[in-house]
Ligand binder design. Structure first.
Ligand SMILES: CC(C)(COP(=O)(O)OP(=O)(O)OC[C@H]1O[C@@H](n2cnc3c(N)ncnc32)[C@H](O)[C@@H]1OP(=O)(O)O)[C@@H](O)C(=O)NCCC(=O)NCCS
Length: 197
């Protein structure tokens, strides 16, 4: 007998998503040995799965406090703090994870990877969009801080411990404090001089 069309795709979607997460983690981390190891011992995956639930709850105003509490539990379990309002794309992976902070209005595209200690934070206490947007394929090294409502272009790489407060063009490699695009003949300063005062 045929199943109702509304049920099967949802179930399939959930399983496919999980399989995709595991494939992504396996391809991103050469230390990964098996699917079981990934499921049991990868806080980046646990944080992502709990965030997906918290994000769905956040969409329902009556569940917002519960969503915050779930994100709080997520942080206690994984060391990764993701505000339930943050929008995260497919095939996202956080390696190691401890100390990652992702703010409420951050937007993360597909195929993005973060290492531990990364902050996608705000630079002001005003409401509205105040956290960064990371386009598809961005990689952010350990300890890097990306602050404010800026855009990191598709495929860009942010070096470990960089502090970035201005837009980064697609495909660029940014290192240092303040963040500078590397490989453009001495480096283009990305930082608004007003911020250095
Ligand atoms: C920025 C990064 C992506 C560049 O990688 P790459 O293109 O292979 O660069 P290279 O290693 O060839 O280094 C090129 C130059 O950039 C410098 N550089 C590399 N990474 C840097 C960083 N994070 N901050 C400052 N300078 C950096 C190198 O010293 C070198 O300088 P030189 O040309 O004066 O000798 C990479 O170094 C990085 O930081 N990746 C994050 C990795 C990470 O967080 N790993 C955590 C694993 S647990």
């Amino acid at each position: 007998m045929n199943r109702p069309p509304a049920v099967a795709p949802v179930r399939l979607g959930w399983r496919r998503r999980l399989a995709e997460d595991l494939r992504t983690a396996a391809s991103r981390d050469p230390a990964a040995r098996s699917r079981l190891e990934l499921v049991l011992a990868y806080p980046g995956l646990h944080a992502l799965w709990l965030h997906r639930l918290a994000h769905r709850m956040w969409a329902r105003p009556g569940l917002r406090l519960a969503a915050r509490l779930l994100s709080h539990v997520n942080r206690a379990l994984t060391g990764i703090e993701i505000h339930p309002g943050a929008v995260i794309g497919r095939r996202f992976f956080i390696d190691h994870g401890m100390g990652v902070v992702i703010g409420e209005t951050a937007v993360v595209g597909d195929d993005v990877m973060l290492y531990h200690g990364v902050t996608l934070g705000g630079r002001s206490s005003s409401r509205g969009k105040r956290h960064p947007t990371l386009e598809d394929g961005v990689t952010v090294g350990a300890g890097a801080r990306i602050l404010g409502n800026i855009t990191i272009g598709a495929g860009a790489q942010v070096g470990a411990n960089a502090v970035v407060v201005k837009d980064v063009p697609p495909g660029a490699v940014v290192v240092g404090i303040p963040g500078r695009v590397r490989g453009t003949g001495g480096g283009e300063d990305l930082v608004d001089p007003a911020l250095l005062i």
